[in-house]
Design a binder for this molecule. Structure first.
Ligand SMILES: NC(=O)c1ccc[n+]([C@@H]2O[C@H](COP(=O)([O-])OP(=O)(O)OC[C@H]3O[C@@H](n4cnc5c(N)ncnc54)[C@H](O)[C@@H]3O)[C@@H](O)[C@H]2O)c1
Length: 296
């Protein structure tokens, strides 16, 4: 595998493109939104600078990484020579189904089609294609250049060969792949999201404030980030859609999204990416303060 196409240049797509390009692959980053592509390149440049400053890579490696990257707003031409496509577009079922049906028509027959979905069924995505054996979940964690885990999700029809190839490829990226089966939320979000939802319910019920809840979990449980800050960081819209998939997938009320989360998403308070969530990020992520709505 040499030619990698990454679809979606948002929070995850830029990190995935960064990691592949830094490890010697030729990467095409594709997004329908030109501004998202420009922002992604700026973010990659900034993150590479940080790695150079920390002496994790040399200045020459930074240049080579940027040279290995190109961008495209047209998916069809952007995937024509791909050996692997990693889809990291917005977490919406209809959108992912359409992208995979299009990919099936325009990618080489042997091309592996991977999705970075947080929760949508790999088996259902694969069923939109004529090559379900070549479809796999490659769930990177945020921020991709830093986090070691790749949750490698086998759909019902994913072949052993494709699973093994993506396993080996993840290791080449310096990641630790962990193979899991295709059930709603897989492993990471099945365990994480109920905790984040419970933190929001705890806030909604007035048991404690934003900082208090986050401090309890940081100092009491040794978590590097409190659950409300983490929800902001992931994106509240992403958290909501994962909970909805698990709620529908299991029909179990323990996954019911908290009404406060639903309201925050409906009002456009999506966390760090929109500037407001449980915290206010208008002075930058490092200077985040509790958002006005949650001040006592
Ligand atoms: N945010 C996280 O922490 C996180 C972690 C793991 C996995 N994920 C998953 O990664 C995927 C992307 O999430 P994100 O947080 O990067 O989202 P995001 O909203 O930051 O970015 C999504 C990007 O997809 C683009 N897009 C939408 N439709 C497209 C299309 N048809 N073709 C090409 N590009 C298109 C949008 O313009 C946008 O730039 C989702 O499936 C999400 O569940 C997210």
């Amino acid at each position: 595998m040499q030619n990698i196409s990454v679809i979606g240049a948002g929070t995850m797509g830029n990190g995935i493109a960064h990691v592949f390009a830094m490890n010697g692959f030729d990467v095409k980053l594709i997004d329908i939104n030109q501004a998202a592509l420009e922002n992604a390149l700026k973010t990659i440049d900034k993150n590479l600078d940080r790695m150079v400053a920390k002496e994790k890579i040399t200045p020459d490696q930074k240049v080579k990484t940027l040279e290995a990257l190109s961008t495209n707003t047209d998916m069809i031409s952007g995937v024509a020579d791909a050996d692997l496509v990693v889809e990291a577009a917005t977490e919406r079922v209809d959108l992912k189904f359409k992208i995979f049906s299009d990919l099936d028509q325009h990618c080489k027959p042997e091309c592996i089609l991977a999705t970075n979905t947080s929760s949508i069924s790999i088996t259902k995505i694969a069923a939109q294609t004529s090559r379900p054996e070549n479809v796999v979940g490659m769930h990177f964690m945020n921020p991709v250049p830093v986090m070691k885990l790749v949750e490698l999700i086998r759909g019902y029809a994913t072949s052993d060969e494709v699973t093994n190839r993506v396993f080996d490829l993840s290791k080449k990226l310096g990641k630790v792949p962990v193979e899991v089966n295709d059930y709603p939320g897989f492993v990471a979000n099945r365990i994480l999201m109920p905790m984040l939802n419970e933190a929001i319910i705890t806030l909604q019920e007035g048991v404690a404030g934003v900082e208090e809840i986050d401090t309890v979990m940081k100092l009491g449980m040794g978590h590097p980030m409190g659950p409300l800050q983490l929800a902001d960081f992931i994106g509240l819209d992403v958290c909501l859609s994962i909970l909805q998939v698990m709620y529908q997938g299991f029909g179990n009320s323990k996954y019911y999204p908290c009404p406060l989360l639903v309201n925050m998403v409906a009002s456009g308070n999506l966390g760090m990416k929109s500037g407001h969530g449980f915290y206010d990020y208008s002075q930058g992520p490092k200077n985040a303060v509790v958002a006005d709505n949650f001040k006592k």
